[in-house]
Design a protein around this ligand. Structure first.
Ligand SMILES: Nc1ncnc2c1ncn2[C@@H]1O[C@H](COP(=O)(O)OP(=O)(O)OP(=O)(O)O)[C@@H](O)[C@H]1O
Length: 453
């Protein structure tokens, strides 16, 4: 027996609810191409609410340089349903798109409006990443925003080693999220209920660093607290100690850290009694440690000890698809903290996504905070952006359409950074899951030196 529903009995909002909850993105455009309706799936696809897109045209404003190719002109001409793949230039994702014309109910057969349905293409692997990401974000106390494939793979690898005690070395430019990721690893590990402590080895005078790390006993030096003081190794007992800017650690303290890693014991300043330590060590630097070793500023034995597992965190400009979600995330945080409803004007997001972010996520976070405060109304326009971001727009725009160049630049940055950390063709080939031949060719193309293996 057929299951039938009498559509006349269903209230209007029933259809609207379906549209508004679809995973697919739906656009309705009038015969001039102007968008008259779109559903909230735009937030997932393009990082903006429908509100931004109503009344925009497919070939200017927000859409300029965002998707390729536009298809409505062909549809107006041919007046038939068109199936095509469209490239989202922000995310490099391919969208399967179906564009259907609805013809006027008269003899003219002109197009009255068109309905476009857009679906992002997922591979099984991507779906797995998405479901796991959701699980991670809800389970853990850390908001780790990122959908870039390389970044997600890196996080998955770190999750696998999180529960072991092996030391992890995080490399990457300043502001890429090394401290944030160290905290994420801690929260993902069995040590999550124990303390997470961190210290920037480059920011503390070397004469104070030893007592910060290992503590001191009473009367060990002039000006010291008479009761003595616990150091970070003791305060982090059972948990994780994150040593940021490890490349700036004075050489005498490098010996002491190596000793704790090898023997699980340390000695507070002024004491002769060793204290047992059960702490997971995560280190980070944006320095080239191999270079520091050559210049005799870093001990090679410590390098190998902390480098049991190494990850290179990519700069934000190499994972552009993360820019809009991060910007939206920080804006949402301010909105919920101050109970406001500020939104980005579409072109503002385009400029944010195109900027090169030398200060990485830290810079993006600061920019969002600043424009949030300085914007009086509810809409954040492009001219609210700081000058350096706003002005870079025209310069970048010229290059933005050169898709191949962007891809080549991203490839170059990845190869250089992985080669710098791995140092060998095999290392690059294994890290990036590419053949040794391909790794060899790319290292030869992008790095000046090819190491003999
Ligand atoms: N994936 C992410 N999702 C959300 N916020 C992030 C993410 N990565 C970093 N952040 C935020 O960006 C800011 C900078 O990150 P973080 O301090 O971890 O960078 P860093 O690489 O350790 O910098 P530095 O080398 O200068 O110490 C922090 O406020 C952090 O919370």
């Amino acid at each position: 027996m057929r299951n039938t529903v009498d559509s006349n009995t269903l209230p209007e909002h029933f259809y609207l609810d379906i549209l508004e909850n679809l995973f697919l993105c739906v656009f309705v455009n009038d015969d001039t191409g102007r968008t008259t309706y779109t559903n909230p799936a735009t937030i997932r696809h393009y990082g903006v609410t429908p509100h931004y897109l109503i009344s925009t045209y497919p070939d200017w404003g927000f859409w300029e340089g965002v998707v390729y190719p536009p298809a409505y002109k062909q549809l107006m001409k041919e007046k038939r349903t068109i199936f095509y793949n469209q490239l989202n230039l922000f995310t490099n994702n391919c969208h399967s798109t179906i564009n259907t014309p609805v013809l006027k109910n008269d003899s003219s057969e002109n197009v009255e409006f068109m309905v476009q349905i857009i679906q992002e293409n997922f591979s099984t692997k991507d779906l797995d990443i998405i479901s796991n990401q959701t699980k991670d974000i809800t389970n853990l106390r850390i908001d780790l925003i990122g959908k870039n494939h390389f970044f997600c793979t890196l996080i998955k690898e770190l999750e696998k080693v999180a529960d072991s005690d092996i030391p992890i070395l995080l490399l990457g430019e300043s502001g890429t999220g090394k401290t944030h990721i160290a905290e994420y690893i801690h929260n993902y590990s069995y040590r999550q209920d124990k303390p997470f402590r961190s210290i920037n080895c480059g920011a503390i005078p070397s004469n104070l660093l030893e007592s910060e790390l290992f503590g001191y006993i009473s009367g060990s030096f002039t000006g010291a607290n008479t009761k003595g003081k616990k150091g970070l190794f003791e305060l982090a007992e059972g948990g994780t100690l994150f040593l940021d800017e490890i490349g700036d650690l004075p050489i005498d303290l490098q010996v002491k850290i190596l000793h704790v890693l090898d023997n699980g014991k340390f000695m507070p300043v002024g004491s002769t009694v060793p204290i047992h330590s059960n702490v997971r060590i995560i280190t980070a630097t944006n320095k080239d440690l191999k270079n520091c070793i050559t210049e005799k500023n870093f001990r090679e034995d410590l390098y190998w000890r902390i480098n049991a597992f190494c990850s290179v965190i990519p700069p934000l400009r190499s994972r552009r698809e993360d820019i809009i979600p991060l910007a939206q995330h920080y804006l949402d945080k301010h909105n919920s903290k101050y109970q406001t409803n500020k939104v980005f004007y579409p072109q503002t997001l385009v400029i944010l996504a195109m900027y090169h972010w030398p200060g990485n996520i830290r810079e993006l976070k600061n920019v969002i905070e600043r424009i949030y405060i300085l914007t009086g109304g509810n809409i954040i326009y492009e001219n609210h952006l700081p000058k350096e971001v706003y002005r870079s727009n025209n310069k970048n725009k010229k290059h933005y359409h050169k898709y191949d160049e962007i891809i080549k630049q991203a490839e170059k940055e990845i190869i250089i950074s992985v080669y710098n950390s791995q140092g060998t063709i095999t290392g690059v080939s294994q890290t990036l899951s590419i053949s040794q031949g391909r790794a060899y060719r790319m290292i030869k193309r992008y790095c000046n030196v090819i190491s003999e293996e």
